[in-house]
Design a protein. Sequence first.
Length: 301
Amino acid sequence: NAKDNVSGRKNRIRPDFIEDPSFKRLTDHNHTAVHIPTDIYDGSTIVLNELNWSEALEDVFRKNREDDPTLLWQVYGSATGLARYYPGKPSRQIAARSCRVFCCCCRSGSVSGLTLKLIRTSVSEMLETLSDDDYVNVVYVTNQKATACFDHLVQANVRNKKLLKDAVQNITAKGITNYTKGFEFAFEQLSTTNVSRANCNKIIMLFTDGGEERAQAILEKYNADKKVRIFTFSVGQHNYDKGPIQWMACSNKGYFYEIPSIGAIRINTQEYLDVLGRPMVLADKQAKQVQWTNVYLDALV
């Protein structure tokens, strides 16, 4: 049962990997291997019991291999997210060019009605483009202060994305927007986050209906080296000047998008991935390396 499995985890089997020409990699034909997603607690009773009973599949997989030597990978996947595969192989921590994303949402009085609905939906759609390798937070910007959903960047797993979406749906429109406060808060969190990984993309996304403020002083103070890319979204149908937020994006290696209606949300909140994935012809040698990530949503559309 689950309790027995907990104590048994201290005595895990050490596999004996050998090079297999059929698989062109190290494998262990005596044992299966198990993968559990990062957002699934591997100590839960359900997962432990599933690990316990699915262990019997090793004999089945081995017999299948004996009956058909040309057989390659055999995999069992469950609804809990657990996957058991044969033959076993070493796990690889692949360097992923992950993202640290900070969303700044304008909540001034001018974004009430349809514009506020568009901002809520746009942020929710953007969150769906992130994977477990990414980290994210959302902040609401007013003239008084910047209020964040979390005290720090959190992993973009299923649970945290749901919490952020629920929080975004409760945004109310009031006050006056102060981009400076929002950017300062975002830059400080991006610089102090305890999540460190080489070559990660640091991104600030601003969802607003427009304004006269460029926040130039704060951008020059925190982002003189342009290591944080800024993507701005002009949301709703209005006559406000789009020049300042367009300048923010273009001056900080980002991109400017317009979301005038519901129909424009999905394509515009996913297009930033295309910008991040552009050929890095002018990048330095350290940036020119192959990176592996999970499948992003835009690849499935």
